[in-house]
Design a protein around this ligand. Sequence first.
Ligand SMILES: [Zn+2]
Length: 331
Amino acid sequence: MNCKYCKSTNIVKFGTYTNDDGKEIQRYYCKDCKHKFTELDTLPKMKTPINEIGSALNMYYGGMPIDAIQGHLKQSTGKYLSEPAIYKWIIRFTREAIVKAKDFKPQVGNTWLADETGINVGGHNVWFWDIIDAKTRYLLASHISLARTTEDAQILVEKATQRAGKMPEVIITDKLRQYIDGIDLATGGRARHVRSKPFTDENSTNIIERFHGTLKQRTNVIRHFKDLETARLLTEGWLIHYNFFKEHESLGNVSPAKYMKIDMPFKDWNDVVRYANVRQPSTFEFAGATPIHEPITEKQKRSAYFRKAVQKSRVKKRLVELSQPQLRMTR
Ligand SMILES: [Zn+2]
């Protein structure tokens, strides 16, 4: 028998315990990596095997609805699992994945593409902003908003430069004017901004179109979200699925992160579940819904004042939207 975590054979028996079914379970201790584990492939205090939870997450981010996942698991394992239980796993291990992927620095190129898509959710048009690296197809950042403002463009680009740990040379966007000030504020004018609609360069058009095809999966994933915060969490989860696990034809059937040949925090959803901190589930505040940089130049200041006026009218609009109960809004 090998250690479940590091595959070492340097393991010793470490007592037994009786599980809920009255079965005696042997516990082991790995002298190399100091992990404790049992012969069952489950997390402590959980009955469901790790690979079943992992495959539920994989199916979910692949675009499968939760009731279909439930049916699939019942067929393959004979076990009945409630939909809320499956949903709870998805939320919990998505959080774990986000925390573990936080410090991953992707090695991306110098041309990035930004785009936004409107999706109707509960009668509201919600904007999904995305920015991807042209060379590796790595999805650097996603952002959700109710309106398309300079601030939103800024938040998107700031998230991307933070993740990449660098500025791109060029950012290609559509003609949306909010990108002009947004990119300027986020990069301090250090990235060249190319606006084109439709994307004139054949390569960028190709990348964006393929990406939009993939986005249909994400729409399935977040269509049933209950509030904007959950939508943001699941969008970050989908970003991880897309970057780390989803194979890309144009990259020779590996994921964008695998393509970079650098150390990944996990290789699949099973890994995310296996290495989850059981004693202390990850909690974190959702950052990134506010811009980081204050306006610096005169031009930026002027646009900032302009933004304030626009914001005022947006607040009014938001109040109207808030009075509609389908969607709880935090922004
Ligand atoms: Zn070990």
